[in-house]
Design a protein. Structure first.
Length: 434
């Protein structure tokens, strides 16, 4: 079987299994086994021998230890009043900025992303903090929900990022460099969101009603409310950027720091800890099984020569490097309508990474670009997780939330275009600190 026919076979099998409603990791495993058996005639015992080695290597990497640790860190913060303290600290700080408390969504998500690594945890935590408060103060619900949908996705871009750990493991790229590379693009996206909100509120002042806080903000109490989250950010990111700890070690240190902070604040209880541990275990197992199954799919496509053939086919089109990136952006936006971020990365990276490297793009830069593409999928139905999280938090219809997220979808797309035109935004810090 030639490689293009094999690619069609693999893609068709994935659509068949996913369309049947089976779990993603089962669809990946089944597609790999069937493709190797039908495409190359491999007997099942040989496929089993291949799978044994691939699955072991994919599931035993030390870098993967960071994933459950960062998830546990986010779950602990989510279940304590650290998030409430964050909002209380931000409220007086943004009182005189055009848009006022809308910016608490942007800044709150940015800060929480720096300690959770999860978009879902970021959206849920900040959404629960701010949605009701903004509604009580008569802020525009559409702008409030849209800003939450957009800023919540920063959990994948602002380091530490679980998605960047996954990309780094699969692409064999330094996770520390990826974390450093995601910082400025994350701040760029947050800045675009805040600039849009400020512009809207300058044009329509009624969108951001005045509050009593704006007349005399007390900065000292505000800063005290921000201290716990700031401390965790310094512990995790400071350890990574200083070179004192690896990302995996920083994740463990971050969990210990979170436990210490919650214990000192009188928030840590055994029921809370057990709930957070169970939630982190479920999420970690989901990610780990998908990663291992995707590794087998990548190996199967290698045996079938799919990546090399597709790379040659696209290379034969003579596309300009920027046209290639535009084509890949459209490809990922379409995938975002139907697949979650982890599945998108693990199912496509074996094909797309060789293409962008051949076109002259840095793999660290591509990791940041790919995370931006995945974040776009978080704001698009029917699979956009952020939309469902906000639906549960606010009680608004999914269609209303999706419409509110549209401006922020295009702002993130603008950020991806800026990053493509000026790749040094992502690469400057890794070069300086590397």
């Amino acid at each position: 079987m030639d490689a293009l026919a094999a690619a069609a076979l693999v893609f068709g099998l994935l659509l068949l299994f996913l369309g049947a409603g089976v779990w993603v990791f089962v669809a990946l495993l089944a597609s790999s086994v069937v493709a190797l058996h039908l495409g190359l005639g491999f007997p099942l015992d040989r496929i089993g021998a291949i799978a044994k080695g691939v699955l072991w290597r994919a599931s035993s990497g030390w870098e993967l230890a960071a994933i459950p640790m960062f998830i546990l860190m986010g779950e602990l913060i989510f279940r304590t009043d650290l998030s409430t303290r964050l909002f209380a600290g931000l409220e007086p700080l943004v009182a005189r900025v055009p848009g006022r408390l809308y910016h608490s969504n942007i800044i709150g998500c940015t800060l929480f992303a720096a300690v959770s690594g999860s978009s879902t945890a970021t959206t849920a935590t900040v959404g629960r903090m701010t949605a009701a408060a903004l509604k009580e103060r008569h802020y525009d619900s559409r702008l409030a929900v849209g800003s939450l949908a957009g800023a919540g996705s920063l959990g994948l871009l602002i380091p530490p990022s679980i998605m960047m750990i996954i990309y780094g493991v699969l692409a064999e790229v330094s996770i520390t460099k990826l974390f450093i590379a995601g910082l400025l693009p994350g701040l760029l996206v947050a800045g675009l969101y805040s600039a849009f909100i400020a512009g809207r509120c300058l044009l329509r002042p009624g969108l951001a009603p005045r509050s009593e806080v704006s007349d005399g903000p007390l900065l000292a109490p505000a800063m005290r409310g921000l201290v716990p989250i700031a401390l965790l950010i310094v512990v995790v990111l400071g350890g990574i950027y200083s070179g004192l700890v690896t990302p995996s070690e920083a994740a463990a240190v971050g969990v210990l720091a979170t436990l210490a902070v919650t214990l000192l604040l009188g928030q840590l209880t055994w029921p809370l800890f057990s709930e957070a541990l169970l939630a982190a275990l479920k999420s970690s197992c989901m990610i780990a099984t998908i990663l291992a199954a995707a590794a087998l799919l990548s190996a199967a496509m290698g045996y079938l020569h799919v990546p090399a053939t597709i790379a040659q086919a696209i290379g034969g089109l003579g596309l300009d490097p920027y046209a290639l990136i535009a084509l890949l952006a459209l490809f990922y936006i379409l995938l975002g309508f139907f697949l979650d971020g982890v599945s998108i990365v693990v199912m496509t990276l074996a094909i797309t990474l060789p293409l962008v490297q051949q076109a002259g793009f840095d793999p660290v830069w591509y990791g940041v670009f790919l995370v931006l593409m995945v974040e776009l999928g978080l704001m698009t139905p029917p699979v956009g997780f952020n939309l469902y999280v906000l639906q549960s938090v606010t009680g608004q219809p999914l269609a209303t939330i999706a419409r509110a997220a549209i401006p922020f979808f295009f702002l993130m797309l603008l950020a991806a275009a800026i990053l493509t035109a000026a790749p040094e935004i992502a690469l400057w810090l890794p070069e300086k600190l590397g």
